[in-house]
Design a protein around this ligand. Structure first.
Ligand SMILES: Cc1cc2nc3c(=O)[nH]c(=O)nc-3n(C[C@H](O)[C@H](O)[C@H](O)COP(=O)(O)O)c2cc1C
Length: 330
């Protein structure tokens, strides 16, 4: 059972924090597709205390997406405490601390997974944050820095001891980055040493993976990152497989294209014109992956910077695909 503050959910599906991906728009889309809890991308504590506008904007949440967690990161205790207080003013359901980011510019400066190099310090930082806010505090971390330093059992206990209300474990080491098999087998071991909910993360790319993760880990929640990019239906599919043991709904071409457009329209609700349209270009190849004639459409779409012509292009493409399918079926 995932019980954190007022949230009480059985087998919840969590949309992972992802930099430049988990915008309000994407969180809303995933929510509609069945995600139970969503997270902002990580927000830099130093940027928050300097009142940097771009950093501050990342804290924005909407009622539609609740329950939502705001994730903060940093390597120093005072800015992290202050950042948590600033984040709390936005009134999310959860304040999450990033102790898992592996990229050098974060981890080598003692933030993110860098905290795993010094568990007593990490515990101290987390305690200060827990004590500074009224909201529940959770931590997202990894099993260790590298294969020779897997300290997650000690870390989990330390964090529970200072009042952390749930843990998300990306079941890889810092040195693995996003590669290699996730070591899900750590989850049952962690659950033996702590009473707080433990969420499994890493390697859930399909509904079948989620079912396997459930069987192997008996985790209290399932967090999905890359598996949701260009595939937000994954949440529906996981719900189905958890309930019935198989996925019966099939996402057809029409729904893929309609979802891409819906995602873009949601981005446009929160960002103006090109500020939404240009970063969105990174999603077309995923949404259109494997479709007949997609490479030509992708080339054309990259030239467009307004919604209407993009919609027209994709709607026409959808019709072409239907006709192509009918010819194939004849
Ligand atoms: C594009 C991208 C951005 C990410 N940004 C964050 C982040 O801001 N905070 C965080 O805790 N993890 C971040 N991660 C890591 C994911 O939350 C997750 O732990 C990791 O991708 C493993 O899960 P997966 O196998 O389901 O992708 C990011 C991952 C990706 C692919």
């Amino acid at each position: 059972m995932f019980k954190v503050g007022k949230i009480e959910l059985q087998n919840p599906l969590l949309l992972a924090p992802m930099e430049d991906v988990t915008s309000i728009a994407f969180r809303k889309l995933c929510k509609e597709m069945g995600a139970d809890i969503v997270y902002t991308e990580f927000v830099n504590s130093d940027g928050l205390i300097r009142d940097n506008k771009k950093t501050h904007d990342k804290l924005k949440i909407t009622n539609e997406e609740r329950p939502v967690g705001i994730q903060i990161y940093g390597g120093s205790i005072d800015p992290m405490r202050e950042a948590a207080i600033i984040a709390e003013r936005e009134n999310p359901e959860i304040i999450d601390i990033n102790a898992g980011c592996w990229v050098k510019k974060v981890a080598n400066r003692g933030a993110g997974a860098g905290l795993l190099k010094d568990p007593p310090y990490m515990q101290k930082m987390v305690k200060e944050v827990v004590d500074a806010v009224k909201l529940p505090v959770t931590v997202k971390t990894r099993i260790g820095w590298d294969d020779d330093s897997i300290q997650i059992l000690e870390v989990a206990k330390r964090l529970e001891d200072v009042g952390v209300q749930a843990l998300t474990i990306h079941c890889r080491t810092r040195n693995q980055g996003h590669n290699g098999e996730p070591a899900w087998h750590w989850i049952p071991k962690i659950k033996e040493v702590v009473k707080i909910p433990v969420v499994v993360n890493g390697g859930i790319m399909t509904a079948e993976d989620a079912l396997r993760a459930k069987e192997v880990t008996n985790a209290d929640g399932f967090m999905i990152a890359r598996g949701a990019i260009n595939h937000p239906w994954i949440f529906k599919e996981i719900k189905e497989i958890f309930e019935k043991g198989f996925v019966s709904s099939f996402v057809d071409v029409e729904e893929r294209i309609e979802t891409a457009l819906r995602h873009l329209r949601y981005e446009l609700e929160y960002k103006e014109g090109k500020r939404a349209i240009i970063p969105f270009r990174k999603y077309y190849s995923g949404y259109l992956k494997g479709l007949y004639g997609a490479s030509k459409i992708k080339q054309q779409i990259m030239q467009l910077d307004e919604y209407k012509p993009i919609e027209e292009l994709l709607q026409n493409y959808k019709e072409q695909l239907k006709q192509h399918q009918e010819i194939e079926e004849d």
